[in-house]
Every structure is written in C-alpha cells, then in structure tokens.
Design a protein around this ligand. Structure first.
Ligand SMILES: [Fe+2]
Length: 496
C-alpha cells in the first residue's frame, strides 16, 4: 500500500512536469499504467498545460476529445504565429544553490555579450586584480553588488564576477561618466574600463550589454498588429462601454472607411496581462469588484474576446492581477480558471515573459515579439533618477529602453518576484526582439528604440483609489497600433 502511494505521488509529479494537471478524483487512478500512458500520449499533441477532469477523460477514452488547440505553431487563416519561448515549467522547491546558479547563468550570458563590445580591452578576471599595486589600464566585467558614495561624493561600486569582487570608483570630476553611472541599478552586469590601483579600479568607461542596431524589418504584407493590456475585467472600474466600442471597431461595425481598412488588416492582437482584476490581489479589493468570483471574471472576459473575428490571432500573456503565481516567468493563464478563454479557437496563450514570431510570409522571417507585463516597472520608476525625473509613469518607453540596454527585464533583485532557475535566467533579454510589448503602467506609449518597436498598452480600467493616492494618471482606452508594412505606429482612442 505504501509503495502504491509513493508511486502515485511520483507519477503525479512527473505528469505535472509535463504540463498535465489532474482533477483530484483522477489522482486515484494514477497506479493504472494504461491510464497514465493514455494521458501522456494525448498531452504530447499540445505545447500548453492540460487540465484533465472526468469530462475530458471520458472524451479522451471514447476518442472524441478535441485535439489540443494550443500548438507551438498556429497558422490561423492568413495569420502566422509561432511561439518561440514560453515557460511552462511546474513550480518546485528552490534553495540557495538555485540562486547561485541563477546569477551565474545571468553573468555568463551578459559577460559574453559585453566582452564583444568596443571599449573592452585587456579584459581580466577580478581575482587577478586583487593585491595588484602597479597601475595599468584594465577592463573587468562584473555584477553591481553595491553602490554608495565616498565622503567626497564620488560613486563607489562593488563589482563581482565568479572569481571575486573589487571596488570601482567613478569620480565626480568625470562629469559625463558620473552622470551615466548614476543610472546604474543593483545586480545589473556591466563592463568597466579604467586604471587599476590597490584593490580598486578607477573607471574611465562603463560598457552596457545594450541591444545592437539591426536593420528595420518591414513585412511585405499590409498587416497591422495592435496591443491591448490591463483589461481588469471584474473591477467596478472596468470600462465596459469603451471596451465594447473597441470590439465593435475590430469587428468592422464602427469607424471611418480608413479605420475599417485598418481593423480588417489587423491580424495580430496582443493582450499583455491583467485580463481580469483578480480576487484578493490587494487589501480591500473585494469592495472594488463588480464580479467577485474569479471563474466569472474570466468567463466575462472571454465573452468579449470571443467577439474578435476568428481570423485574427489573439496572443495572451498573464499579468500580476491574473490568477496564478506572481513569480516570473509566470506560466500561461491557468487552463482551469481561464477555461472559457482556452475554448476560443483564435486565442494563443503564452507565459510572461514570452517570445512569439508573427507575420512570417514566404522568405520574410516575420517579427519576433517580446511580451512582458512589467510588474517590476514600478521599482525602476521609484529608484532610477533619469526615469523618475524624465517623466516616470508618464513615460513607459523610458523604462522599456532602460531594460533593453541592460538586456534584462528586471535586473535588480527585489524589483519583481522571480523563480531562480538553476541554469538559465528567464528574464534575460538574450535575443534582440523586433517588437517589445508591455503593460502594467496603464499608459500607452510607442517609440522606436534602436529599431526595436516599443509599445506599452493602455488599460480599460478607470483611475483606481491606489493610483489616486500615488498621483498616477492612467490613460485608458487607447490602442497602440503597428503598421507591420511600414513599421509606423499610432494610437487609436476609444474613450470619451
Ligand atoms: Fe494592470
């Protein structure tokens, strides 16, 4: 009996690792090998997590179960969507060694990027500089583990690499460099070139991993992509009338002839998190909810999304208000809670963050789109002077370009919650996207940054009491739109 229980637990864990979630009643059947084989065979047809309850099982056993719709590559009529990176790994216990592996993985990737950048000459490991007394020009690459000021107001950093740590001083007399250095954030990886002294390097240049400027890709097809985020369905501040107006527009029911044409040619709709307001996300949220049941919130949300014409791909990642773990990468929305959305054939679910390719056509390779909700953005608005003083929440594009320069979606430990994977850092921006879409700030923005299209979605929720308290003005009911043929962008307004 004991062996059987142990086997069941092990099998359950293995199934979860493969993205198969069982309803509690079916767990009892886990000692039946045939049953397990059948589940695994069925789940192999899907790249996404699968929830199996008694109804789904009956359909699988009778051979009437629908093919899982969510495949890694999903051509939808004329749309072409391929999921390039989606994190589906099941949650597991983590310990301190995982954090060591995680930061080493980050260092490995970023240091190899930086070591190829101009400005890095005579790159040495930090341990080789220790106790060195002769002055010579050196380059080091390290993670910023401390930042403070000397009594003369020079900036003092501690840089760490896998061999050790060393202090780096940026003197205030070097005005341009000092200004640049004040934009640093803890735990980012940088290169420093300077003059070595005794257990110190006096910096003359800082080198960031930064994104290279690649040629601006343009689609041969006259297609558009649009970005929505932060619907907050279920909140008593959800702007239902305005969202309905958007749905009517995308269906071609309202708008000028030119707008009809844009709606018709819109093939890709990104929804970058916070589809619903959630339940229990913050204290006293209960009083601000029009719909207090999470299942009902997703059901209502799906009623809107299902009215988007089926030939358009709707690509959805979760946000911090959605009903799943906060630690990033967040897996795709729960197939159990958000089932009505999974039942919409043109919906594609991905993790947060995720990378999808859209618009591949013939020899045209399509656009790689990085999707990230942006839970950590608040930290950078609050703690990075050039962002705060440059407009803060008014300028989401400043945060996005700041993170691209660091090749990381949330470099500072504590800026977001994250899962410390042992061998990879899933929040690294290791590949250069063509388009970077985000949300969370409730303010729309469009910008070309080094030939990467940056888009922040707006929101469909009126100003909350929290936003009132912190003086943040949201800008709801706006829809950024990207012309994939010209790469021009504009923002359509559905409010008022
Ligand atoms: Fe939100």
């Amino acid at each position: 009996m004991e062996t059987e229980v142990l086997d069941k637990e092990r099998t359950l864990k293995l199934l979860m690792e493969q993205g198969i979630l069982l309803s509690p009643k079916l767990v009892e059947r886990l000692s039946d090998k045939e049953f397990v084989k059948q589940l695994v065979a069925y789940s192999k047809q899907s790249a996404m997590p699968l929830v199996v309850d008694e109804e789904v099982l009956t359909n699988i056993e009778s051979g009437t179960a629908a093919q899982p719709q969510l495949e890694a590559s999903k051509p939808l009529g004329q749309c072409n969507v391929e999921i390039l990176k989606c994190h589906n790994e099941a949650s597991t216990n983590r310990d301190v060694h995982d954090f060591v592996g995680f930061f080493n993985a980050r260092y490995r990737v970023l240091s190899s990027m930086i070591s190829n950048r101009p400005g890095i000459t005579r790159n040495v490991s930090i341990s080789r500089l220790r106790n060195k007394t002769d002055r010579e020009s050196v380059s080091i690459i390290g993670l910023v583990s401390e930042m403070n000021f000397t009594k003369n107001n020079n900036l003092r950093l501690t840089l760490e690499d896998p061999t050790g740590s060393i202090q780096v001083v940026v003197t205030k007399n070097n005005k341009d460099l000092y200004k640049e250095a004040l934009t640093l954030t803890l735990d980012e990886v940088i290169g420093v070139t300077g003059m070595s002294g005794k257990n110190v390097v006096f910096a003359s240049e800082i080198i960031w991993p930064e994104v290279p400027v690649l040629p601006l890709k343009k689609s041969p097809l006259k297609e558009y992509a649009i970005v929505l985020s932060d619907l907050h369905v279920g909140s008593n501040l959800f702007l239902e009338k305005e969202f309905t107006r958007f749905i009517k527009w995308i269906r071609g029911e309202i708008g000028s002839q030119k707008q009809h044409e844009i709606a018709k040619r819109t093939k890709y709709i990104f929804i970058v998190g916070d589809l619903v307001d959630g339940v229990g996300v913050y204290p006293e949220q209960y009083n601000e909810l029009a719909v207090r049941d999470i299942y009902e919130q997703y059901k209502l949300c799906a009623q809107f999304i299902s009215r988007i014409p089926k030939e358009k791909a709707v690509i959805i990642c979760p946000g911090n208000h959605d009903a799943l773990r906060l630690a990033e990468p967040q897996p795709p929305l729960s197939p159990e809670l958000a089932r009505p959305l999974y039942e919409i054939p043109n919906v594609i679910m991905v993790s947060n963050p995720a990378i999808v390719n859209i618009g591949k056509a013939g020899s045209f390779p399509g656009f790689n789109v990085l999707m990230y909700h942006g839970y950590g953005f608040d930290y950078y608005v609050a703690n990075v002077d050039p962002i705060r003083n440059g407009g803060g929440y008014e300028r989401p594009e400043l945060i996005m370009s700041y993170l691209l320069k660091r090749r990381h979606l949330a470099p500072t430990h504590g800026s977001t919650l994250y899962v410390p994977y042992k061998t990879i850092d899933p929040l690294l921006i290791d590949e250069v996207p063509d388009i970077f879409v985000s949300g969370h700030i409730h303010k729309s923005a469009i910008k070309n940054y080094r030939n990467i299209t940056l888009v922040s979605g707006s929101c469909w929720q009126a100003k909350t009491s929290f936003q009132e308290k912190v003086g943040h003005e949201p800008e709801p009911c706006r829809v950024p739109i990207i012309d994939l043929h010209t790469r021009r962008m504009k923002i359509l307004k559905f409010g008022g």
